[in-house]
Design a protein around this ligand. Structure first.
Ligand code: FAD
Length: 443
């Protein structure tokens, strides 16, 4: 079959069904600029990260406050105003950023004030459906991104291609999950069916029930959630926790990072000053209030200060060796999950490798932003046609808010004037006007 020829489009979001694609759609729609963008994504549903098969499926409650939603200046689109199909408003009482500024309140915010993951997915899906976002989705994965005279050529896994002037890169964290470097020599010799990265692990109940599972991680939220969830599904879970008792707090960051003016001011600083501030800011690993109690109630055996040394295949399972306060230990497990987070390296994204090869696409070489794009004053990845890294990939420019949903609702609007200019899209005299509220219109 000959490759499909798709219409060229000024702006393309790669990862278009994620929060950035939805935010871009709403922002453009508010300004009557529909038709100027494509949202490319292989996912059949919105926010696949938070779906029941996505990397965040062990998460019951999100960590973020009510402000990290898709209102984008229109209160009728706020999560607190959203009504579910049954008329309930499950996100109406979510805690606010101001509450997280108080360390005592932050340490006790409970589930009744948190964002339920499944409700959030329904809220986003509702906004997307009612605002006509699906009409802008190109349902395919990007296989290659090639610089050309006018910007970029986007080649799709399904065989089609089209030209675009500006790319917004929003492929998220999932392609960058890793085990720590010292583990690599032994990790890759473990049987793939027995050793998995927790965020990608096969968590079907029939696979877990009655099996001995070791979750290897630190004191961060993903580790506690994976262990608790697996135990609830019937696994006999040992959590080998690299650190001591977890710090429990709802929002791990200083709330100042989420103020749009702070993000803006930070992004305008000299790049070396930005990196210096990021390096100086210590964000301890933490997990929401009640995580430890929930794990214990689910029957998780918790071993603190466990330093995993090595693991080897043994009788169809995995023998894990670690050191803890009691000395050296070795135990056999049926399954091992590494909850060791990610190390985003956008230069290694398969579809980008050619474009950023041969010295193009510079990245930060050290510190907390290592391997992330060096951007110019407008947020474009340097030495390439216009390409705006978003989400975690924008950490060196936007700071800690970039690693959360604030990247879509608060950072993206800051780069939009430059995106439109690069795309040759003239907003003309159209001032910002919120389009008729999609929820109200369809009601
Ligand atoms: C486990 C977990 C829990 C989190 N919890 C919270 C929280 O509670 N609160 C909060 O504010 N933030 C949270 N975050 C962070 C937040 O979800 C992310 O910052 C946000 O989702 C990033 O959005 P994104 O669009 O960059 O990526 P994602 O939401 O990951 O979306 C990436 C998209 O890219 C698509 N894609 C991938 N490859 C291709 C390709 N080749 N071509 C086209 N499309 C592609 C995927 O299908 C997907 O739709 C969490 C993150 C994780 C991993």
């Amino acid at each position: 079959m000959p490759p499909r020829s798709l219409p060229d489009v000024p702006i393309t979001v790669i990862g278009g069904r994620g929060p950035h694609g939805l935010a871009l759609h709403l922002w453009m729609r508010d300004r009557g600029l529909e038709g100027a963008y494509a949202l490319v994504d292989p996912s059949p549903a919105w926010l696949p990260l938070y779906g029941d098969d996505g990397p965040a499926r062990f998460t019951t409650w999100l960590r973020s406050p009510r402000e990290l939603d898709f209102a984008l200046g229109d209160p009728a689109r706020a999560m607190t105003a959203w009504r579910d199909a049954d008329g309930r408003t499950p996100l109406a009482d979510v805690y606010a950023l101001a509450e997280a500024a108080d360390p005592h309140a932050n340490a006790v915010i409970g589930p009744e004030r948190r964002v339920c993951r499944r409700s959030f997915v329904r809220y986003a899906g509702d906004l997307a459906r009612r605002s006509g976002a699906d009409a802008h989705v190109v349902h395919d994965a990007v296989a290659a991104l090639r610089p050309d005279a006018a910007g970029w050529r986007v080649e799709l896994a399904g065989g089609g291609s089209f030209a675009t002037r500006v790319v917004l890169l929003a492929t998220g964290m999932a392609p960058h999950l890793r085990v720590p470097l010292p583990w690599e020599p032994w990790w890759r010799h473990l049987p793939p069916g027995s050793a998995e990265l927790a965020l990608r692990a096969d968590a079907r109940v029939e696979r877990l029930r009655g099996r001995r599972l070791a979750v290897l991680g630190s004191s961060n939220v993903a580790t506690w959630e994976a262990a608790t969830c697996a135990a609830r599904l019937g696994a006999e879970v040992t959590l080998l926790c690299r650190r001591g008792a977890p710090i429990e707090r709802q929002l791990p960051f200083d709330v100042a990072w989420f103020d749009q003016r702070t993000i803006h001011r930070f992004s305008l600083l000299d790049p070396r000053e930005r990196l210096r501030r990021l390096k100086k800011t210590h964000v301890p690993k933490s997990t929401p209030p009640g995580s430890r109690a929930a794990a214990e109630a689910a029957g998780v055996r918790i071993v603190f200060d466990a330093r995993v040394r090595t693991a080897t295949e043994l009788w169809g399972g995995v023998q894990v060796q670690w050191r803890d306060a009691g000395g050296e230990r070795a135990e056999r497990f049926d399954l091992v999950w590494a909850s060791t987070g990610g190390d985003p390296r956008p230069r290694e994204l398969p579809f980008l490798r050619d474009a950023v090869g041969q010295g193009r696409g510079p990245v930060v070489v050290g510190g907390p932003a290592r391997n992330l794009p060096v951007t110019d004053a407008c947020g474009r990845w340097q030495q390439l046609p216009p390409l705006y890294p978003l989400g975690h990939l924008a950490f060196p420019r936007a700071g800690f808010a970039a690693t959360t949903l604030a990247s879509a609702g608060r950072y993206l609007p800051l780069v939009m004037p430059s995106v439109l200019a690069d795309a040759g899209v003239d907003p003309g005299r159209r001032a910002h006007r919120a389009a008729p509220d999609p929820l109200e219109v369809a009601a």
